[in-house]
Design a protein around this ligand. Structure first.
Ligand code: SF4
Ligand code: SF4
Length: 400
């Protein structure tokens, strides 16, 4: 009860978000209308268009326009909430028109006005109650944080490692492996039950910026309370996207600590300590949209490989794991979103397998991409391993 009351007290009125988003959406749509020359290059690279012809970026912009005018129908909600926010359309556009941002703003407006798909609305209730994206119980969080804090540095911490909600709910072993790697680096880091994600899953993928900001602001307050100078972002791609989008759209609503707190990717840290540690040639690495195309990480994780297989990001339909934009979170199993996710992730997995004759293992720095590939491997009968990058790295570090 204590947690819930604090959560509610700090809430920013939804009306503030609605007004802001309406204004931003109008500006973005005007820019699009002025510049777009209807060449359809964005359509040809959209992974959802590959699976369902009408699900393409330009139709999504039309839906966003109807949302702004309050003239939308059920089909517009489906179109917007099946966008993977992958950014393929943006990079193929000669003017780099940011369609994912238009989609994101339109669906956030819908979600804030209570018009999100039903399965997402149920998740919102849970997230509001528990204060995290997936509604994970306080007991479960406390249990795993108490386990991982035993691995943390015993000295007064300077850095706070914030994992993602999937590490807490599904992939505890990955969370523990990441902690083991941080321990090998001998930095002064810690974890906290008040900071188990940065809010990206609910803020971006489920399109509730108000809830995402509550989580991000709680983490910043917690870091300040602990006198932390640096926050280590974990392996959840949605959190990387959220840090960029929240800064872009709601900079004034982000909590400002009394001193500067820096964010650093866990993979940038790994790269600094374990540069060129992975000497295997049989691993194909997937390049997550969140870390490179959105957060511009410069693929620091590739530098962990002595001779990496290049990510296949230069052809049609090659950019997406199929799980972005909340598709992996959706609960309605018969829905279009599940169909899209499964077909796109199978396509991507096949590409990764075909990237070299030597491939025996697929990896990704983003835990959500891994989840999509694990499901896809069941569909296509992939017989090799699919492993989180940190697991491979830990094995290499321990074997040396
Ligand atoms: S972000 Fe990806 S899924 Fe969404 S419209 Fe653009 S290319 Fe298609
Ligand atoms: S690629 Fe760019 S200019 Fe061409 S149709 Fe798409 S948004 Fe318009």
């Amino acid at each position: 009860m204590k947690i819930l009351s604090r959560w509610v007290k700090r809430s920013i009125s939804q009306e503030v978000f609605r007004k802001r988003i309406r204004r931003l959406l109008r500006i973005y749509l005007n820019i699009y209308d002025d510049i777009c020359m209807r060449c359809n290059l964005c359509v040809s690279t959209c992974p959802s268009h590959k699976v369902i012809k009408d699900f393409n970026p330009r139709k999504r912009v039309d839906s966003a326009r109807r949302v702004l005018k309050r003239e939308y129908k059920r089909g517009d909600i489906d179109l917007l909430f099946t966008c993977l926010l992958c950014g393929s359309c943006k990079i193929s556009c000669p003017f780099s028109l940011d369609i994912p941002e238009i989609v994101y703003l339109a669906r956030s407006l819908l979600a804030l006005e209570g018009e999100a798909p039903e399965d997402l609305v149920k998740i919102y209730f849970k997230a509001e109650r528990e204060g995290n994206s997936f509604g994970i119980s306080r007991e479960k969080i406390d249990k795993i944080i108490s386990e991982t804090s035993k691995i943390a540095s015993e000295e007064k911490p300077r850095e706070l490692y914030v994992p993602g909600p999937l590490d807490i709910s599904l992939y505890e072993d990955v969370f523990i492996n990441n902690c083991e790697l941080l321990k090998e680096m001998r930095i002064r880091w810690t974890v906290s039950s008040e900071a188990v994600e940065l809010g990206g899953n609910i803020g971006i993928d489920m399109s509730r910026p108000d809830l995402g900001l509550k989580i991000l602001n709680n983490v910043l307050r917690e870091a300040e309370k602990m006198n932390i100078k640096k926050i280590i972002i974990g392996d959840c791609g949605a959190d990387y996207k959220w840090l960029i989008y929240s800064q872009r759209f709601f900079p004034d609503l982000i909590y400002k600590p009394s001193y500067n707190i820096e964010f650093v990717s866990i993979y940038e840290l790994f790269m600094r300590s374990f540069s060129r540690y992975i000497k295997r040639r049989d691993v194909a690495i997937h390049d997550p949209c969140s870390m490179t195309r959105t957060a511009d990480l410069e693929r620091s994780y590739l530098k962990l490989f002595e001779k990496p297989n290049k990510p296949l990001n230069n052809g049609l339909y090659t950019l997406c794991c199929g799980a972005g934009g909340g598709l992996s979170i959706r609960r309605d199993n018969d829905s279009l979103s599940k169909k899209l996710m499964n077909e796109i992730s199978c396509l991507r997995l096949r590409q990764l397998i075909r990237s070299s004759e030597d491939i025996k293992m697929i990896t990704s720095p983003c835990i959500k991409c891994l989840t999509a590939f694990l499901t896809a491997s069941l569909y296509i009968g992939y017989e090799y391993e699919i492993e989180p990058l940190s697991n491979i790295l830990l094995k290499c570090v321990k074997n040396v």
